[in-house]
Design a protein around this ligand. Structure first.
Ligand code: GLC
Length: 482
């Protein structure tokens, strides 16, 4: 009989239940991708992965039934705090939701108040571990994600679990290093977690992500390039020396995308489906997008697309500067996203300057996003740093060629001159030059189409990444005979 590795996957958000950013996409698809691996693909083990999420107020469970499966107390400042566990399914995947007072009190998924968030995610991380004692299911691996759940690795390292979780190992995926989480001095001791002697820099000793980095058996960055960048002053968020000293437990695994959901051949949200072979049909989607946005319908004008959080991390300011400075006025563009109000306003002002060329849509709209991937010609993504980035991969899958900065996952997924355009440098002028290069190539239709075909032929499915994660799980459990 083959062995089974049981993985408890912890995240603050996961599609389709609750999705704010890229973490929600990853936590919504990686657990399922892991479960879907055959034993030949895992090298002979089975993976029993289960997801655990906070039961945020905004969680969408209309279509699913939540079954109560456990209720127990944990201690906070000497008093009992009740935890309730509910279970549901997402396809084949078992999903647990944790409810309790700190989760209800905080209201939103990520609060603007760091104290509320600190309380909520400390509670969640500990309750998730404690849950294992109350289910008839002991995880071999605790897979935490970002600062919100990093404390689960810390608690596992610190506490003596009276047999229940002895032997359980931990892995922490870092989706965005600078988000270290709030200082939890005070919170930790209230929950019975002392501050351990550790070799973290003094200022980081009570912060959840650093504590997770200190305690996790393996640390995974969401791309190999970002794993390297994390060791530098520019991207290391003050932890570069610490990480460099512990380099041996750090690796990078690129994220995948949900290639069934993001599939131009079957996507019902776009006007005309197409494949690599029928790429000419793609043009109908450009016409439809121009019509939807109120832009002039013109097949020959290059149409830029941006789908992004409005954030300086994403280089939205660089996009606005570059569009204002293009040396031609033969272009159209659409920017879709929400975020920083200053950037939102700057974008709206630019749209007023170019009313016939630039449309700015300040909202989150998954359907319009797919119409943009399918209808725009060039996808702009000049991120200042990008741990992985998912939209450049989605854009390529739909034949929309990305212009990206040479950082993190962008560098690892876009092949310059073959599937898109990658530029070095940080300034608007570097980006502008890359856009002009792309525009020049765009005029050569046959050549452009060959690049589109290359991009669409890339394999961004989760399988390879899921296999890499499996290897890491196994290496953590080596002594257990996996
Ligand atoms: C964060 C990162 C992004 C990554 C995503 C999923 O949002 O900023 O680069 O793609 O997490 O890992």
């Amino acid at each position: 009989m083959s062995k089974t590795i049981r993985v408890l996957f912890l995240a603050a958000e996961a599609a389709p239940f609750v999705k704010i950013g890229g973490l929600g996409d990853v936590a919504g698809s990686l657990p399922t991708a892991l479960r879907a691996l055959s034993e030949t693909e895992t090298g002979g083990v089975k993976l029993d992965v289960r997801l655990v999420l906070p039961l945020h107020m905004v969680v969408r469970t209309e279509s699913a039934t939540l079954r109560p499966v456990a209720s127990f107390n944990i201690k906070r400042a000497g008093k009992d705090l009740n935890v309730q566990i509910f279970e549901t399914r997402s396809g084949e995947l078992a999903v647990y939701f944790i409810a309790g007072e700190p989760i209800t009190t905080s209201g939103s998924v990520y609060s603007a108040n760091p104290a509320l968030d600190g309380e909520k995610y400390t509670f969640f991380s500990l309750a998730a571990l404690e849950m294992a004692k109350h289910l008839d299911w002991r995880p071999d691996i605790i897979h935490a994600n970002d600062w919100h759940t990093a404390l689960a690795a810390y608690a596992l390292q610190l506490k003596h679990w009276d047999g229940d979780l002895r032997g359980t190992k931990s892995l922490l995926t870092v989706h965005n290093l600078p988000y270290l989480g709030p200082d939890l001095t005070g919170r930790l001791s209230a929950y019975g977690l002392p501050l351990a002697q550790n070799d973290l820099p003094e200022w980081a000793r009570a912060m959840p992500l650093p504590l997770g980095l200190w305690s996790a058996g393996k640390v995974v960055a969401v791309s190999p390039a970002y794993a390297d960048e994390m060791l530098t002053k520019e991207f290391g968020a003050g932890l570069e020396h610490y990480l460099a000293e512990h380099k041996s437990s750090l690796t990078g695994i690129i994220n995948g995308i949900d290639t069934d959901y993001f599939n131009p051949a079957t996507d019902e949200g776009i006007s005309t489906n197409y494949t690599l072979e029928t790429i000419k049909e793609r043009a109908w989607n450009k016409t439809a997008l121009q019509t939807t946005l109120g832009l002039e319908v013109d097949a020959s004008v290059p149409l830029f697309g941006v789908v992004s959080r409005m954030d300086t991390q994403k280089g939205i300011d660089l996009v606005l500067d570059a569009l204002a400075k293009l040396k031609t006025d033969h272009w159209q563009a659409v920017i879709l996203g929400t975020g920083d109000p200053t950037l939102e306003n700057r974008a709206k002002r630019l749209a007023e300057k170019f009313p016939n060329q630039l449309k700015v849509e300040i909202r989150y709209d998954g359907r319009l996003a797919r119409k943009i991937y399918a209808g725009a010609d060039i996808f702009l993504m000049p991120s200042r740093y990008e741990p992985c980035g998912l939209s450049q991969m989605i854009a390529m899958r739909y034949g929309c060629l990305p212009v990206v900065s040479a950082t993190g996952g962008l560098k690892d997924t876009v092949r310059h001159g073959e599937t898109g355009f990658v530029f070095e440098g940080k300034k608007a002028k570097d980006f502008l030059k890359a856009i002009h290069d792309a525009l020049e190539i765009y005029e050569n239709k046959a050549y452009w189409q060959s690049l589109q075909r290359n991009a669409m032929a890339e394999d961004f499915s989760w399988k390879k990444s899921a296999q890499e994660y499996t290897k890491l799980y196994r290496s953590l459990l080596l002594h257990e005979g996996f």
